[in-house]
Design a protein around this ligand. Structure first.
Ligand code: MN
Ligand code: MN
Length: 454
């Protein structure tokens, strides 16, 4: 049978695929940072009757089956719950994705001047090919936190705004054309080219400092700022056939969005369902907002308490008896780079959501290796829901490698498998996905949430 899903879709199914991808394209155009994703998730959740965990705790409001709750962690991670009919200690159905993406961050002392330009110094975040971030329109997204306790939200370089960017050398003067030569310390934004007339020294930097003053921002305020440099502009439909999406940050916001939408479509499930959207995966899942933090466990304890079901043993049982889809993207076979791939066993566009039994590298080192008993149950669930899926690896045996949040969830002794959308250009400023795979991921997470038996 032809594995390409477009071959078998009915007209009606195609319509659903395109409608869903239009909504996704709007989300991924707006939400480029973890904070923007959390804000989106909270707004959409509240429209659908989700209540803030903080509010419920403060007012000591009890929770019942069917109730919907969200818990926000420092505006950069969120867990959303739909309470199931069964006691929580019977286990949860968890779909977990990450909402941070590779990018450049402004340094805490970013402003300096050079050769008649005011420059902004950056420190890259996550695994990037540095040369890909030059000669591109870039935008600033983030926050500046001030001493008076206020926060200024920044989005600069979108819509009709002027953009920023990092210059690259013309080929005439770059004979070696060695992309690898690019150095992290060379990733500086050209921010401004106007001198301040009234001063003799640092004219170009002073001009920008005066501009910022008008917005009530001082140079010292960058000390307590988190400003992310991301590609400017909206996501695009892609292909002569319009079958794909090109967007920044699809690793892993494509899995975040599909998981969130699946949870929003879940009413009165058997088991308590969770959509977990975490930060810091790209730098090792560390820190208070990464998967290694106790945030999820603490939120679950609070929710069990409001359900009248909390004790330490019940909490541990709930975690151990859970099932998790670690929903993170995987690498799709690239027709321009066949060498690193095994085309027989790697993921292909438009063959559906991609399951990786294990990730890791070179002999499965550091891998979460999912149990076949669990995979068999998933196969049944996916086949019944007519979900298009593929069981894949990431690259040739001695080439591939990668990690997700899977192994961290597995530390609780629960069943975990990686399941996500195949991506081309992964970690590049503009990543590519198939609309068919996005839709099948949504269908997969929805079916998983509605499982009746753990
Ligand atoms: Mn990822
Ligand atoms: Mn990644």
């Amino acid at each position: 049978m032809e594995k390409n899903l477009w071959q078998n879709y009915s007209d009606e199914e195609k319509k659903s695929v395109f409608e869903f991808s239009d909504e996704y394209r709007e989300f991924i155009s707006q939400c480029k940072t973890e904070r923007e994703c959390v804000k989106f998730a909270v707004e959409e959740a509240e429209k659908r009757g989700f209540k803030s965990l903080d509010y419920l705790i403060k007012n000591n409001i009890k929770l019942n089956p069917g109730d919907k709750v969200y818990s926000v962690n420092m505006n950069k991670a969120i867990a959303l719950f739909v309470i199931g009919k069964k006691p929580i200690e019977n286990g949860l159905q968890i779909v977990g994705a990450h909402i941070d993406s590779p990018r450049l961050d402004l340094k805490q002392n970013p402003l300096y001047e050079s050769q008649g330009f005011c420059m902004l110094d950056t420190h890259y975040y996550g695994g990037i090919k540095k040369y890909q971030w030059t000669a591109l329109p870039l935008a600033l997204h983030g926050v500046i936190c001030k001493k008076d306790g206020s926060t200024i939200n920044i989005v600069y370089g979108e819509g009709d705004d002027p953009v920023l960017g990092i210059s690259d050398l013309l080929p005439h003067l770059d004979k070696k054309d060695d992309k690898k030569d690019f150095n992290g310390e060379d990733l500086n934004l050209l921010a401004s080219n106007t001198p301040e007339k009234s001063v003799e020294k640092d004219k170009f930097k002073t001009f920008v400092i005066n501009l910022l003053k008008e917005k009530d921002i001082s140079e010292q305020d960058f000390l307590s700022a988190e400003l992310e440099v991301v590609p400017s502009g909206r996501a695009k439909n892609y292909g002569l056939d319009n079958s794909m999406i090109m967007a920044y940050g699809q690793d892993d916001k494509v899995c975040a969005y599909t998981g969130l939408r699946a949870l929003f479509s879940t009413e009165n499930p058997e088991y308590t369902c969770v959509n977990l959207l975490v930060d810091k995966e790209e730098i090792g899942s560390v820190g208070a907002t990464g998967m290694h933090s106790k945030f999820f466990e603490n939120s679950l304890a609070e929710i069990m308490n409001l359900c009248g079901q909390y004790n330490e043993l019940s909490l541990r049982r709930a975690l151990q008896r859970s099932n998790t889809l670690s929903s993170d993207v995987t690498a799709a076979v690239d027709p321009n780079f066949s060498t690193p791939f095994n085309v027989e066993t790697d993921a292909h566009f438009a063959r559906g959501i991609s399951f990786n039994k294990f990730t890791g590298h070179r002999g499965k080192y550091d891998a979460n290796d999912a149990n076949p008993e669990f995979i068999a149950k998933l196969r049944k669930c996916l086949d019944e829901a007519k979900v298009g899926y593929q069981m894949t690896e990431m690259g040739k045996v001695d080439q591939g490698g990668g990690g997700t949040i899977a192994y961290i969830m597995a530390n609780y002794g629960m069943n975990v498998i990686d399941a996500g959308v195949p991506v081309l250009n992964m970690h590049a400023p503009w990543e590519l996905t198939s609309k068919a795979d996005i839709y099948e991921a949504y269908k997969c997470y929805r079916a998983f949430y509605n499982l009746g038996e753990n």
